[in-house]
Write a protein that binds this ligand. Structure first.
Ligand SMILES: Nc1ncnc2c1ncn2[C@@H]1O[C@H](COP(=O)(O)OP(=O)(O)O)[C@@H](O)[C@H]1O
Ligand SMILES: [Mg+2]
Length: 413
């Protein structure tokens, strides 16, 4: 493998000699994807473009992935009988949704290879296991305490200080399952809202910005990372990503080193998103704190579809199929803005978003996920804009998002 392929590195010093685990799944074969959301949809598009067949399993019929898959399987995730039939119909399985029951993954893995391995998912989708993995391997994380009762929560607040954030151990995403505790008066209410027997209390990290790295690891151990992304969240949901991140080169290098090392430590085969907080500690590079891991493509990696030689979804495909990882060169600075349900017009103003207006802006691309109900906070799609510099890309994508809703029709809440 030529050494000039950007982002493709040698972690072991011998990746090129590493054997590809399992048979290579060549184009023409069939990929099964567990979960039917937008991540699966964009994966399926990448897979079908390369000549693979795709089967998608999700409880909801006509789901975003099912709409573009060859075959849509509609079944509950704990319907092991159907999952086993699904597994028998495909050559390799991956997932786009983290809360597939472990028993289902195991049953599938007995029939067909599953990448990433179910154990990787089991570690990363449980906040306590995830943070324990990270901290025992020496990666800085926010100070945290497991809490299993309101008394434990009160004691943990006393140790970690205010403000702090109580998160559910499982099933958290897009800020769901999180409550910020600002004063001791919030403790009872926060515990009540948790709605799970186990929570994780995290100290508040006063970050200067949020970063993420999408890392891929192939079946032969080759590792590749996309350019570091800079992310802005609104109400704990990703709002905007710009790439390249506007942070020092040394910070980017540290972020990439962490991502590669975590991917290797997990023995990942597939794609992993590493979310990081950058904290100003007086050093030029700042300090990185690992916030979250997701062993799948990630919202903050969507820029790669329009701005990179290989998208994060094609990279996932290549990794799980045992193909060589793709070149991740960023062709142009890029910004990505999420389209949430609230960016649709409210019922009182009516009308479709003015996609025509947004697309009139040069360099802007539209991605919609095939969801019919624009509920607030629901990810309906995203826009990207590429430009000669990241500030212009950012301005263009925001302009495009604004253009969806003409001023006279904007909600005033
Ligand atoms: N300990 C923390 N300190 C400061 N901000 C936080 C902390 N934990 C979460 N956040 C904010 O909330 C966002 C979502 O939290 P995260 O733990 O990534 O959950 P989710 O699974 O919803 O993505 C983060 O990206 C960050 O903006
Ligand atoms: Mg997150």
């Amino acid at each position: 493998m030529p050494s000039d392929i950007k982002g493709l590195v040698d972690v072991d010093g011998e990746w090129h000699r590493g054997a590809v685990r399992g048979p290579v799944t060549l184009p023409g074969k069939t990929i099964g994807i567990l979960g039917g959301g937008q991540l699966g949809r964009m994966f399926a598009i990448a897979a079908r473009r390369m000549g693979y067949r795709v089967h998608a399993l999700d409880p909801a019929p006509d789901c975003p992935t099912g709409q573009v898959a060859d075959v849509e399987w509609s079944a509950a995730y704990d319907d092991i009988g159907t999952a086993v039939k699904f597994a028998a119909a495909v050559d390799v399985v991956t997932f786009e949704f983290e809360n597939i029951p472990y028993e289902t993954l195991q049953a599938v893995a007995e029939i067909v290879p599953v990448f990433p391995a179910p154990l990787v998912l089991d570690t990363t989708r449980h906040r306590l296991r995830e943070k324990t993995f990270l901290s025992t391997h020496g990666y800085p994380v926010a100070p945290f305490r497991p809490v299993a009762s309101v008394d434990e929560l009160r004691a943990a607040v006393a140790v970690l200080g205010l403000p702090c954030i109580l998160k559910t151990a499982t099933f958290g995403y897009d800020g769901k399952g999180q409550t910020r505790i600002n004063s001791l008066d919030d403790v009872d209410d926060a515990w009540h809202r948790l709605g799970q027997p186990l929570g994780v209390l995290e100290g508040f990290v006063a970050f200067s910005c949020e970063l993420s790295v999408i890392v891929a690891r192939g079946r032969n151990g080759a590792i590749s990372t996309f350019d570091v992304a800079e992310n802005v969240h609104e109400h704990h949901i990703l709002d905007l990503t710009v790439v390249p991140a506007r942070v020092p080169e040394a910070t980017k290098k540290n972020a990439i080193d962490v991502a590669k090392s975590v991917a290797k430590g997990l023995d990942l085969i597939g794609v992993l998103a590493v979310e990081l907080f950058l904290v100003d500690d007086g050093t030029p590079a700042g300090k990185l704190v690992v916030n979250e891991l997701a062993p799948r493509p990630h919202n903050s990696g969507h820029f790669s579809i329009d701005a990179c030689a290989t998208s994060q979804f094609e990279q996932q495909l290549r990794a799980v199929c045992g193909l060589p990882l793709g070149d991740v060169t960023l062709f142009r600075p890029v910004a990505m803005a999420n389209l949430l349900g609230e960016h649709w017009h409210s019922a009182d103003v009516g009308g479709e978003p003015r996609f025509d207006q947004a697309l009139a802006i040069s360099g802007v691309k539209l991605h919609l996920y095939g969801k019919t109900e624009p509920r607030p906070g629901r990810k309906m799609g995203h826009l990207t804009a590429t430009a000669d510099d990241v500030e212009t890309a950012r301005a263009l994508v925001l302009q495009a998002r604004d253009a969806l809703t003409p001023t006279d029709r904007r909600r005033r809440d």
